[in-house]
Write a protein that binds this ligand. Structure first.
Ligand SMILES: C[C@@H](SC(=N)N)c1ccc(Cl)cc1
Length: 416
């Protein structure tokens, strides 16, 4: 009856904590002494053992077919939840010149092929330059080569085609593969391999593609739309959120699953998001120019890391540039321009009803010199005419710490 006695002793040990819980028992040597067969068990530490009393206790109950008490079931449920939500990630994103876009390293396939992608909350396709992109359309970009990935699976008959607000476009075929961003891996992500890209992408040598973090309803894959990387990873994150901490002229950070309290100043003000158009659409209750008073007006727009500038209602844009001597609408540029000196007034926009205001420093509005002698600059604030909504692009986002909350469908804005 040694086995039964031994087994009960083992269970009692786990239940009463006599045995150190982080060991697993292995009978790897047997001693023969006299008539009866005895065996001793040398305990060795199991490096993979997860210390967990309830889990071990439940194993013991199950071993004897004893129903789990309610409180033990609840404890296990909590553990499973905690185990599931134990992932967070972060990644550095680096600005191209004039902060025109921010590029982030993304590993695709097995072994990982690292491409630098433009993370774009204003679209929802993950597309890349690839071995299937005609060589005459490639100009120094890194390529995703599905043939070199042991985990690539072609989605036969699936295609995609996307056009962007600046008139650029791309299209191609679809694979499923492993995609890792900020140390977090989606094992079966739709990766859209370009077979066609417009000149704007060909000429952008450092940009190997886009990783859309808009809502899946915007995805262009046919015959069946695909989820974004964030939608695929969201349930595994500690919190179903990501944050954007873009910087002027220096690397910024995307974090996933958690809020870095050191990355913002003061409280984060949350506003609801209407995702019916697939964008992170929200409404600001007002704006201020320089040190002027807040003007209460509803500005409905999208938080869009993929658009460089801040595009606002024309009435507001006219009011802003009217404060700047020498600023004018330059029909040849199709945009507002202003003297590169002196520094223009700050522009602030309100968030929520708790008095939160995000202030964009005037120097961010001096987007780029448009004359060789550098006297006139392209304005970082332009009109949103004809779009149907305003766009809080990088000029606005790099003045704030922004929480994209996919769980509660809300945006959080804080100063930094
Ligand atoms: C939503 C962005 S495009 C993007 N972020 N992928 C946009 C749409 C329309 C115009 Cl006119 C300009 C920009």
């Amino acid at each position: 009856m040694v086995r039964v006695t031994f087994t009960i002793a083992l269970v009692l040990g786990y239940m009463t904590g006599t045995f150190p819980l982080e060991t697993s028992l292995r009978s790897d040597d047997t001693h023969h002494t006299g008539g009866g067969k005895t065996f001793s068990v040398r305990q060795v530490s199991n490096p993979d053992f997860i210390r967990s009393g309830p889990y071990q206790l439940a194993k013991a109950y199950k071993k004897f077919g004893v129903p789990l008490p309610e409180d033990l079931k609840n404890a296990l449920g909590r553990l499973r939840l905690e185990k599931r939500k134990r992932s967070t990630g972060n990644e550095v994103t680096k600005p191209e010149s004039y902060d025109v876009e921010y590029l982030t390293p993304v590993s695709i396939g097995t072994p990982g092929q690292v491409l630098h992608l433009d993370i774009d909350t204003g679209s929802s396709d993950l597309w890349v330059f690839s071995s299937e992109t005609p060589s005459n359309l490639v100009n120094g970009q890194s390529l995703y080569e599905p043939a070199k990935s042991s985990t690539a699976q072609k989605l036969e008959g699936y295609t995609w085609k996307i056009s962007y607000g600046d008139g650029s476009s791309s299209s191609g075929v679809v694979y499923r593969d492993s995609v890792t961003l900020g140390g977090l891996t989606v094992s079966s992500q739709a990766v859209e391999a370009a077979t066609q890209v417009s000149e704007e992408f060909t000429s952008d040598s450092n940009n190997d593609g886009l990783l859309g973090l808009g809502f899946g309803s915007l995805n262009t894959v046919q015959p069946k739309g695909q989820k974004t990387w964030f939608e695929n990873i969201m349930q595994e994150l500690d919190s179903p959120i990501f944050t954007a901490d873009l910087k002027a002229g220096e690397p910024g950070t995307y974090n996933f699953g958690y809020i870095d309290k050191n990355a913002h100043i003061g409280n984060i003000s949350y506003v609801s998001v209407n995702d019916s158009n697939g964008y992170w659409t929200w409404t600001s209750p007002g704006y201020a120019i320089g040190t002027g008073a807040l003007v209460s007006t509803q500005i409905m727009g999208i938080a869009d890391t993929g658009t460089t500038l801040l595009l606002l209602p024309s009435t507001i844009v006219v009011m802003y540039y009217a404060q700047i001597p020498g600023a004018l609408y330059d029909a040849t540029q199709g945009a507002y321009t202003l003297p590169c000196s002196p520094t223009p007034p700050d522009f602030s926009f309100a968030v929520g009803d708790d008095g939160q205001v995000i202030t964009i420093p005037g120097e961010y509005i001096l987007y780029a010199a448009i004359t060789s002698i550098g006297t006139m600059c392209f304005g970082g604030i332009q009109a949103d005419s004809g779009i149907g909504f305003s766009i809080f692009g990088d000029v606005a986002l790099k003045a704030a710490f922004v929480v994209f909350d996919g769980g509660k469908k809300r945006l959080g804005w804080a100063s930094k």
